[in-house]
Design a protein around this ligand. Structure first.
Ligand code: SF4
Length: 438
């Protein structure tokens, strides 16, 4: 046995290590959790768990996942439940967090997770782990859900949103370097998006000084490409959703650019696109000499004003196109996000979107197409999955073949359909239980 007899195992994927890195680094730095080993792995198997249980008396196995990963996670959990012995399965606690567990804790718990964390977990997870280690009441942890008597869903109230400056955003110890999260939370309420549900409408920014200091260290480690995570790059340091704090943005970018040895700064690109109303020629002129990228990602989502209203986007087609024109005139290539298959979008609405796409492509914009997936916890979570209209599919396919549309929308359509079907099916399925196979 290890000196520590309890370990937490994070089974991380390329897709989800962004959000987990802060948690992993927070646990590493928490002096209350010294008696806990932390294991970071990818694609954990039943045999891995069996081996770890020879070393530890108890394991906490943690997953963070999105709705598109439902099938993969359920398959994994069923394998664990069926292949671990009675003794082994009783020594493992399964926990989950992230966008799907936050929006749909019931399905998550039915997958066999013992606890599903709600929203950000930098405060609640260490609280839970400390209670676990000290054999205190883990059910007192804020921001968790669990099943009582395998049927009824119980939850505790969410903790207050954290101050980003108080928490790490990468893990030096474990060499996990996601893009730098500079802002969390969004003041908009797009009906398809899980960000407001995950973080409420509390916009929080990380201070430029803290980011600049970290980048200085990154450069010494030859981490010379700097990217950012934010719901809206041009909203950095602003107090409200629609306003722009040019001074704050310039403070950050000038500070980073002045670091000796800095190479590439990518700002306004994935995973930190920009909102149309925050685009201005003045801002673009100021930031252009400081940043490396000449592509900027911007959300349009639909070419129909009716659909934009229904999804509460907060801008019109014309406003978004005008922002795209400003990007083009300022020497940037706009990467324009579009969602097809949105609820309420008729074939005529989708035709309008194709028309706008064709106009934008003529202007040398690049389109990134996504397929609508009803995501739990959003205003559209109860929407029925609808396939893309055949004529629209044909037109998207043609644009895709000539390289005018990016994005794996064909695969997304499969994921969307399968995830939607699974959520429906899970309504009549009983939770995986430790007693079932033993
Ligand atoms: S899509 Fe963007 S702007 Fe809309 S709620 Fe989500 S993060 Fe905010």
């Amino acid at each position: 046995m290890s000196t520590n007899s309890v370990a937490i195992v994070f089974d991380i994927r390329k897709k989800n290590f962004y959000s987990l890195t802060s948690l992993i680094a927070t646990i590493d730095g928490d002096t209350n959790l010294k008696a806990l080993d932390q294991i970071i792995t990818g694609d954990l198997s039943s045999n891995d768990i069996k081996s770890l249980l020879k070393k530890y008396t108890k394991l906490i196995i943690a997953y963070s996942f999105r709705t598109s990963q439902l099938e993969e996670i359920y398959t994994k959990m069923k394998t664990f439940y069926s292949s671990l012995s009675t003794d082994e399965i009783h020594r493992v606690t399964f926990i989950a967090g992230g966008s799907h567990p936050t929006g749909d804790p019931l399905t998550t718990l039915k997958f066999g997770f013992d606890f599903s964390f709600i929203g950000e977990a930098e405060y609640s997870l260490p609280f839970f782990l400390k209670s676990f280690l000290e054999k205190e009441d883990i059910y007192e942890t804020p921001g968790i859900t669990f099943l009582e008597n395998e049927i009824s869903l119980s939850s505790t109230s969410r903790p207050l949103p954290i101050n980003l400056d108080d928490y790490p955003f990468l893990s030096k110890k474990r060499k996990l370097y996601p893009p730098l999260e500079i802002t969390r939370g969004c003041g908009f309420a797009c009906a398809f998006c899980q960000v407001p549900m995950l973080f409420k409408h509390r916009i929080r920014h990380r201070s430029p000084e803290i980011i600049i200091e970290l980048v200085k260290w990154m450069v010494t480690e030859k981490l010379n490409d700097i990217r950012f995570i934010t719901p809206n790059s041009f909203g950095y340091m602003s107090k409200s959703a629609r306003s722009v704090n040019q001074e704050g943005i310039m403070h950050l970018l000038e500070g980073i650019r002045s670091i000796k040895g800095i190479r590439n700064i990518f700002y306004g690109t994935f995973p930190g696109e920009v909102r149309p109303e925050t685009v201005s020629e003045e801002l673009l002129t100021k930031i252009k000499p400081l940043i490396t990228n000449r592509r900027i990602s911007i959300g349009l989502q639909s070419g129909s004003n009716k659909v934009l209203r229904e999804i509460r986007r907060g801008h019109t087609v014309e406003e978004a196109v005008s922002a795209i024109d400003i990007l083009l005139a300022s020497g940037f290539t706009p990467i324009v996000d579009i969602i097809v298959g949105l609820p309420g979008a008729t074939e005529d609405d989708e035709e309008q979107t194709i028309q706008v796409i064709e106009d934008l492509v003529q202007k040398q914009a690049i389109i990134r197409a996504h397929v609508f997936m009803p995501l739990p916890g959003t205003a559209l979570e109860d929407s029925i999955y609808q396939p893309i209209f055949p004529e629209i599919r044909k037109k998207l396919g043609r644009l895709s073949t000539i390289g005018k549309i990016e994005g794996n929308w064909n695969q997304q359509e499969l994921y969307a359909k399968r995830a939607w079907e699974m959520i429906q099916d899970m309504q009549s399925v009983s939770p995986l239980s430790r007693e079932d196979n033993h």
